[in-house]
Write a protein that binds this ligand. Structure first.
Ligand code: NAD
Ligand code: DAU
Length: 349
């Protein structure tokens, strides 16, 4: 397959690119990414010389650029690009509406015009809101987003649904729980803990720390997306959960034990406004229709994540320095040759 991946310089997108190119030797990928604060090309350094991969710097909301790229011809789009951090959306929601709603609209409109045959929209479990004790959301559960981030993702998700109903646009929607693993930006809970604890800094635990998340190893999510891309039915939604429901406090204590750090680093701070108490998904449909099941247990995945952050201190330093953004932006603004290269190998003409 010739794939256009958006947001591939971020956490899940970069893991997905690596996963696809390892599992499907004949596939090629063009990665369209704006390189916001969370997009980092150092994450994909090992891909730079792979002839099946090319990078284009651009915004999914830039209609003319998106049209130019799509004119080269792709078999499918896998759409990750988004503003993703709940706390940032509480401080200022503008970029969330801009990218997650308007950017998604622009990309989907352009994809429809270009006659794209498959479009995977990477949505999130947060669109369902907080799960009551003992209940798991199915794909039929009503959407009830509680944070500005979740509301913006629900906007893109519903736009995709409407595109299928109105235009028979071949979209597949996926809703996954909390991912963890290599290359996650250290503003999110697990990498924030690992990078702060490594420096002996305190770990902020929101509220009572008893909020429950269902943690999924990022490569298991990538396998689910790959299955949805190849086997999913158009117009359908698939939940991806791992059944690893742990309270935040338990995650924090477990990681401190793995790191050999004291629990005195835990610092209870004011709760996040509108904080969802629990996320939990019923993934039976993905098991049945896609033949997908997550394979990595939480304790094994957390151990691998601890090891990865310990062994990749350079990556963490690079990301924390913020210097990487200026460096790569300059590089890609100067040579739009990348675009030409991408189109040459990604296009069918
Ligand atoms: P991330 O923040 O690590 O990466 C987002 C990427 O999108 C970055 O590379 C950024 O530069 C790029 N981007 C942002 N705005 C853009 C724009 N306008 N045009 C082009 N590129 C742009 O995010 P992530 O955690 O990898 O999440 C990827 C997707 O998966 C998102 O859609 C998110 O909602 C969804 N998701 C995430 C999780 C999770 O636990 N992280 C769970 C379920 C779903
Ligand atoms: O559920 C999927 C979602 O998971 C994705 O759609 C989002 O893009 C992703 O950011 C994530 O959202 P969360 O809000 O659940 O993730 P975060 O890592 O920000 O927080 C995880 C839990 O940890 C949450 O209950 C809040 C808590 N937390 C978070 C931070 C950053 C803390 O207690 N302290 C912290 O410093």
């Amino acid at each position: 397959m010739k794939l256009l991946v958006t947001g591939g310089a971020g956490f899940i997108g970069s893991n997905f690119i690596r996963y696809i190119l390892a599992c499907h030797r004949g596939d090629s990928i063009v990665n369209l990414d704006k390189l916001t604060y969370s997009g980092n090309l150092q994450t994909l350094r090992d891909m730079e010389n792979d002839r099946r991969y090319a990078f284009v710097r651009g915004d999914i909301g830039d209609r003319s650029k998106v049209r130019k790229i799509l004119a080269a011809g792709f078999d499918a789009i896998v759409h990750f690009a988004a503003e993703t951090h709940v706390d940032r959306s509480i401080l200022n929601g503008s970029a969330f509406i801009q990218t997650n709603v308007l950017g998604t609209q622009c990309l989907m409109d352009a994809a429809r015009e270009a006659g794209i045959k498959r479009f995977v929209l990477v949505s999130t479990d947060e669109v369902y809101g907080s799960a009551p004790a003992g209940k798991k959301f199915t794909e039929e559960s009503p959407l009830a987003p509680n944070s500005p981030y979740a509301a913006s993702k629900a906007g893109g998700d519903l736009w995709a649904r409407a595109h299928f109903r109105t235009f028979r646009f071949p979209v597949i929607i996926t809703r996954c729980t909390n991912n963890y693993g290599p290359y996650q930006y250290p503003e999110k809970f697990i990498p924030l803990m690992l990078t702060r604890a490594a420096k002996g800094q305190s770990i902020p635990v929101y509220g009572d720390g008893m909020q429950v998340r269902d943690w999924i190893w990022v490569k298991d999510h990538c396998a689910g997306l790959d299955a949805a891309l190849r086997k999913g039915r158009e117009g359908e939604t698939y939940n991806f959960g791992a059944g690893n429901e742990w309270p935040n406090l338990e995650i924090a204590r477990h990681l401190l034990r793995l790191l050999g750090k004291p629990e005195s680093l835990l610092e209870f701070v004011q709760d996040r406004p509108g904080h969802d108490r629990r996320y939990a998904l019923d993934s039976e449909k993905a098991h049945r229709e896609l033949g997908w099941t997550p394979e990595t247990g939480l304790e094994e995945g957390l151990k691998q994540t601890v090891d990865w952050y310990a062994q990749n201190a350079d990556w963490v330093r690079h990301v924390e320095s913020r210097g990487y953004r200026a460096y790569y932006r300059k590089q890609y603004d100067r040579r739009d040759l990348t675009l030409a290269k991408a189109l040459a190998h990604g296009g069918r003409k």
